[in-house]
Design a protein around this ligand. Structure first.
Ligand SMILES: Cc1cc2nc3c(=O)[nH]c(=O)nc-3n(C[C@H](O)[C@H](O)[C@H](O)COP(=O)(O)OP(=O)(O)OC[C@H]3O[C@@H](n4cnc5c(N)ncnc54)[C@H](O)[C@@H]3O)c2cc1C
Ligand code: SF4
Length: 472
C-alpha cells in the first residue's frame, strides 16, 4: 500500500469548501445522514434548475435533493441513477464549481451552493451499502455483439447500457485493469480505487467480458474487432503527453505527469513499481517543481505533498485568473502547502540529474484571436528554482489512430481527435462509434459518460435497422 507521509508543516484549518470533496461520513460521522438531509433541504426548488441544465447528464437534481431532504434515499438514488451510470464517481470528481454547483441559484445569490456533488455521492454510497444498486440482469439475451475499445468511463458507460439491453459486450483495453484514467490517472485521494473496481466487478458479474492487456493495433487489429462485432465503440482517450523542448530537458529526474501519477496509483493497488521504489517516480524528500496549470498539474502537486516532498512548487506561465485548472483545486493545493509561481515558464534545466529549473518571468500582453492575453517574456528576469524532481503536466494529445491501426478511412480532425456525429457519435465508418476524450480532446469523466450512454442508444437504433450488417 502507498504510505502517505505526514508533511512537517502547519496545515491550515479546513475551509468549508473542502466539504464538497469529502464524504459526509468522513466529516460528520454518525451525523452524516442529518447533514446530507440538511444540505438537500437548502435547495429552494427554484423552478429554474440551472444546476440541471449545466450538468452534462441533465441529472434531475432538484427531485433527488427533495427526496433526500424527505429521507426517501432509495427513491433519491433511483432518480439519480436513471440519468447517470456512475453517480458516486461524478459526485466525487466532477468540477462542480464549473458545472451544477456553480450554477446553483443559492450560490448566485451569494449564500453558498447546495453541495450537490457530496449529496449525490452520499446517496449512491448509501445505495451500495443498503443493497439498492441492482445487478445488471438483461430481461432477455440478444444475438448481436458490440466491441468496446477502451475501459475508461466512456467505454464502460456504453458497455453498461448495451449489456442491460441484452447485447453481448466485449471491452478491450491495453491496461491490466479497467477504469482508464479513473484508475491510473486520477489520484486515490480524489477517487478511491475500490469505488472504480466495484463498478468493473458489477459489469463483469452482469456478463460484460473484459479482454485486458490487449493493445488494439498490436495484439489484435482493429479490423479483426470490427469483423467480430456488429458495432464497435472507440473510447481510447488521449495519452500522448505534450513535451518541453528546452536545454537540459533530457536530464534524469524530469518525468511525465501520467507516468508519475500512474506509478503512485499502482502503488496504492500494492503493485510492484520499480520506478517508484528506486525513487525515480517518488517525490519523498525532494524539491518538486510541477510545470503546468491544469487539473493534472494540481493532482501532481497534491500527490507530491502526500508523498512527503520537501517542497512543492507549481510553475505556470499565466496568472491565477487565467489558469485552466479549477480554482477550487488551486485553493486545496495552497491549503496543503503548495507554492504557486505565477507568470513563470521553464527556459531550461541544470544538472545531468536535474538540479534546477531555469525560470523566465512573463507578463500578460495583448489578447490573441481567442481573446486570451498572450504571455510575453520579461528579458533578463531568469533565475534558477531548485528542483530534484520536475513533473511535466502540459496536457495530452490523441494518438494517431488511423495510422497506428491501419484504418485510413477513420476520419480525424486537424488535432487528431476522431470525427464523430455530435448526437449519435457515429464515425466516418458505419457501425463504428467514438466517445469521450478521443473525440473531445482532454475533457471530463461526466462528458465521457454522457457520450457513452448516447452512443449505446444510437447503436441500439442502428442495429434495429434491417440494413445493419457486419462489415468485413
Ligand atoms: C491526472 C488526471 C486527472 C483528472 N481528473 C479529473 C477529475 O477530477 N474530474 C473529471 O471529471 N475528469 C478528470 N480527468 C479527465 C478524465 O479522467 C477523462 O476526461 C476521462 O477519463 C476520459 O474518459 P475516456 O473513457 O474517454 O478515456 P480514458 O479514461 O482515458 O480511458 C481510455 C482507455 O482506453 C485504453 N486504450 C487506449 N488506447 C488503447 C488501445 N490501442 N487498445 C486498447 N486500449 C486502449 C486506455 O488504456 C484506457 O483504459 C483527469 C484526467 C487526468 C489525466
Ligand atoms: S454528474 Fe457532475 S455535474 Fe452532474 S449533478 Fe453530479 S456532480 Fe453535478
Amino acid at each position: 500500500m502507498l504510505k502517505f507521509v505526514t508533511v512537517a508543516r502547519e496545515m491550515p484549518e479546513k475551509r468549508p469548501s473542502s466539504l464538497r470533496r469529502l464524504d459526509f461520513h468522513e466529516i460528520y460521522g454518525e451525523y452524516a445522514d442529518v447533514k446530507a438531509k440538511e444540505q438537500a433541504a437548502r435547495c429552494s426548488q427554484c423552478g429554474v434548475p440551472y444546476c440541471q441544465t449545466h450538468c452534462p447528464l441533465h441529472n434531475n437534481i432538484p427531485d433527488w435533493l427533495r427526496l433526500t431532504a424527505e429521507g426517501r434515499l432509495e427513491e433519491a438514488y433511483e432518480v439519480s441513477q436513471a440519468t447517470n451510470t456512475f453517480p458516486e464517481i461524478c459526485g466525487r470528481i466532477c468540477p462542480q464549481d464549473r458545472l451544477c454547483e456553480g450554477n446553483c441559484v443559492i450560490e448566485q445569490a451569494s449564500h453558498g451552493t447546495v453541495t450537490i456533488g457530496a449529496v449525490e455521492k452520499y446517496v449512491t454510497d448509501t445505495a451500495w451499502e443498503e443493497g439498492w444498486v441492482k445487478p445488471i440482469a438483461p430481461a432477455s439475451e440478444r444475438p448481436e455483439s458490440v466491441g468496446v475499445i477502451g475501459a475508461g468511463p466512456g467505454g464502460l458507460a456504453a458497455a453498461d447500457r448495451l449489456r442491460r439491453a441484452g447485447l453481448e459486450v466485449t471491452v478491450y483495453d491495453r491496461d491490466d485493469r479497467g477504469g482508464g484514467l479513473m484508475t491510473y490517472g486520477i489520484p486515490g485521494f480524489k477517487l478511491e480505487k475500490d469505488v472504480v473496481m466495484r463498478r468493473i466487478a458489477q459489469l463483469e458479474e452482469g456478463g460484460v467480458m473484459f479482454r485486458l492487456n490487449c493493445n488494439v493495433g498490436e495484439d489484435i487489429s482493429f479490423h479483426a474487432i470490427r469483423g467480430e462485432h456488429d458495432a464497435v465503440v472507440i473510447a481510447t482517450g488521449v495519452y500522448k503527453s505534450r513535451d518541453l523542448k528546452a536545454p537540459g530537458s533530457g536530464a534524469s529526474g524530469i518525468v511525465r505527469a501520467i507516468d508519475y501519477l500512474t506509478a503512485s496509483n499502482r502503488k496504492s493497488f500494492g503493485d510492484e513499481v520499480p520506478e517508484f521504489d528506486t525513487g525515480e517516480l517518488n517525490a519523498e524528500g525532494k524539491h518538486v517543481v510541477v510545470i503546468g496549470g491544469g487539473d493534472t498539474a494540481m493532482d501532481c502537486v497534491r500527490t507530491a505533498i502526500r508523498q512527503g516532498a520537501r517542497s512543492v512548487k507549481c510553475l505556470y506561465r499565466r496568472d491565477r485568473a487565467n489558469m485552466p485548472g479549477s480554482q477550487r483545486e488551486v485553493a486545496n493545493a495552497e491549503e496543503e502547502g503548495v507554492d504557486f509561481v505565477w507568470l513563470s515558464a521553464p527556459k531550461g534545466f541544470t544538472g545531468d540529474s536535474v538540479e534546477g529549473v531555469i525560470v523566465e518571468k512573463m507578463r500578460l500582453g495583448a489578447p490573441d484571436a481567442t481573446g486570451r492575453q498572450v504571455p510575453e517574456l520579461i528579458e533578463g528576469s531568469d533565475y534558477v528554482e531548485e528542483a530534484d524532481l520536475v513533473i511535466k503536466a502540459l496536457g495530452f494529445e490523441p494518438e494517431e489512430l488511423p495510422t497506428l491501426w491501419g484504418v485510413p478511412e477513420l476520419e480525424v480532425t486537424r488535432w487528431g481527435t476522431v470525427k464523430a456525429d455530435f448526437r449519435s457519435h457515429e464515425t466516418s465508418i458505419p457501425g463504428v462509434y467514438a466517445v469521450g476524450d478521443i473525440v473531445r480532446g482532454a475533457s471530463l469523466v461526466v462528458w465521457a459518460i454522457r457520450d457513452g450512454r448516447e452512443a449505446a442508444d444510437a447503436i441500439l437504433d442502428y442495429l434495429a435497422q434491417p440494413a445493419a450488417v457486419v462489415a468485413e
